[in-house]
Design a protein around this ligand. Structure first.
Ligand SMILES: Cc1ncc(COP(=O)(O)O)c(C=O)c1O
Length: 469
């Protein structure tokens, strides 16, 4: 028997819709009536007729006390936590607000495989990062996370650092060591902030790796739009009942638009109710299909392998494939142009797909057929020399200027060919995964130039460096 949840916001939107309200207010398409014809044709006017603003009964995201507040409270209960804030500017806004609330002008432990939105948040918070070096898998160079014993050493070495940021899971779905890191950090009394952009579904099935909210993390930000059936940009900031630091709420008000999309908020609400009512059953049905897809790929395709290491505690909804013959870029190009199959991302070693939490046999077979065609094509291609070059930096780069100082210093553009021994003036990264190799103020060593070139960059491309006297 499923718990029944209430679509508090959607009910109000429907009630208003039934009145066929006449719009003398924003947005300019007037409840869809003046939506440009090509969009009306594609979407129907119905969709835009729900694109409301703060009208009767619809509450206000920034001063919520009505249906939005009820909807967020219900979502918090569904995700097993104290408070939930809907985000209409993605996880980016949630990380910014969480880090500004908890770490302004303070030290914070930051693993080197964080997304650039975390660095942007550090800048806004004027926080002082103490970087934690990464474990990289020797075979694939993928980041496998932070070793709990290493975190412990750092906490003993820097007792005045009271905050920790973690990523759960990584882009490739790896979660190893994260629960232990949260437990250790909480023993030391740290505030733990988690970028759980890719982990919104983890709370909902015991066979999945843990959500770090369940492990006791304080502020957890999830991109519901990435793995749940929610519109792009829809995310949530979840606050643990035991968090007693400054509230992220005023920071969300500072950072997010004063015109939040009701389409997005309704999508967040519907997504949360779906998770409460159906996710466990759908995940339960998906898991055997996903593991039999792994088996089918590994046993029938000659050049492709699923990357799956039990010790990495991977999220099964991330399917990362490695080819013996082709680079990630070549696999991706074939699938896009010959099979109309679009992956989430590729890197030097492989290609990554995000599977739906209601994965069906039809869906896995569509992917399998495309991969079987890729396998046949690969066999006709010469084998590429696989590079072990990484998109990630193993060593912590040498810092010449603090991030918040370097960001505002004078800069110039030069070619990568001349970049060695200068200081980065920009975030240097590949997108995706959007994880910086270097951040402003860090030394561009000859090794970094090699890493850039080996990860697909070219010597004549421009890079922004600091103009130093
Ligand atoms: C690990 C990680 N964190 C944060 C973000 C930012 O999330 P959003 O796009 O929801 O703002 C991304 C986006 O790709 C990401 O991959």
């Amino acid at each position: 028997m499923h718990t029944q949840y209430t679509p508090f916001l959607w009910q109000q939107m429907e009630q208003l819709h039934r009145q066929q309200p006449f719009s003398g207010h924003t947005p300019g398409h007037k409840n869809g009536a003046f939506l440009p014809a090509q969009l009306q044709q594609a979407w129907g006017a119905q969709f835009a007729s729900y694109d409301y603003t703060e009208l009767d009964g619809l509450d206000n995201l920034h001063f919520s006390g009505g249906c939005i507040a009820q909807s967020q409270q219900q979502a918090a209960a569904i995700f097993g936590t104290g408070q939930c804030f809907y985000l209409i500017n993605g996880t980016t806004a949630g990380l910014q607000a969480a880090i500004m609330a908890a770490c302004s002008n303070q030290k914070v432990f930051v693993p080197r495989h964080v997304h650039r939105s975390v660095y942007h948040s550090l800048l806004l918070a004027h926080a002082e990062p103490i970087y934690l070096p990464l474990e990289l898998d020797p075979a694939t160079s993928l980041p496998t996370g932070i070793r709990p014993d290493l975190l412990q050493q750092y906490m003993q070495q820097y007792p005045d650092c009271r905050n920790l940021i973690l990523v759960n899971p990584t882009y490739q779905g790896i979660t190893a060591g994260n629960v232990q890191c949260v437990q250790l950090a909480k023993q030391y009394g740290l505030t733990v902030i988690v970028d759980e952009a890719h982990g919104s579904h983890l709370h909902f099935h015991p066979e999945l790796p843990s959500s770090l909210l369940d492990a006791g993390a304080d502020l957890v930000v999830q991109s519901w739009h990435k793995t749940l059936p929610v519109l792009t940009q829809g995310s949530a900031l979840l606050v643990h009942e035991q968090y007693s630091g400054p509230s992220p709420e005023p920071f969300l008000s500072l950072l997010q638009t004063t015109s939040p999309s009701y389409l997005l908020m309704a999508s967040l609400e519907a997504g949360s109710i779906y998770m409460g009512e159906q996710a466990k059953q759908h995940i339960q049905q998906s898991l055997p299909l996903i593991f039999s897809l792994h088996e089918q790929i590994n046993s029938t395709l000659q050049t492709l392998h699923v990357l799956w290491q039990p010790q990495w505690q991977q999220d099964p909804f991330k399917l990362y494939l490695i080819s013996d013959h082709l680079s990630g870029a070549a696999m991706d190009a074939y699938l896009r142009t010959q099979q109309a199959v679009y992956s989430e991302m590729h890197d030097n070693q492989g290609i990554l797909f995000i599977l739906p939490i209601q994965t069906t046999a039809q869906w896995t077979q569509r992917i399998y057929q495309a991969l079987a065609a890729l396998d046949r094509y690969s066999l006709s291609q010469p084998m590429v020399q696989q590079t072990t070059a990484s998109f990630y930096c193993r060593e912590i780069p040498q810092q010449q200027y603090p991030l918040h100082q370097a960001f505002y210093m004078p800069k110039e553009q030069i070619c990568w060919a001349q970049a060695a021994h200068r200081t980065a003036g920009q975030f240097i990264l590949r997108y995706p995964p959007g994880i910086p190799l270097l951040v402003p103020g860090e030394h561009i060593s000859a090794e970094i130039v090699q890493l850039w070139l080996a990860s697909g960059g070219t010597a004549h491309e421009k890079v922004t460096v600091l103009t130093e006297a």
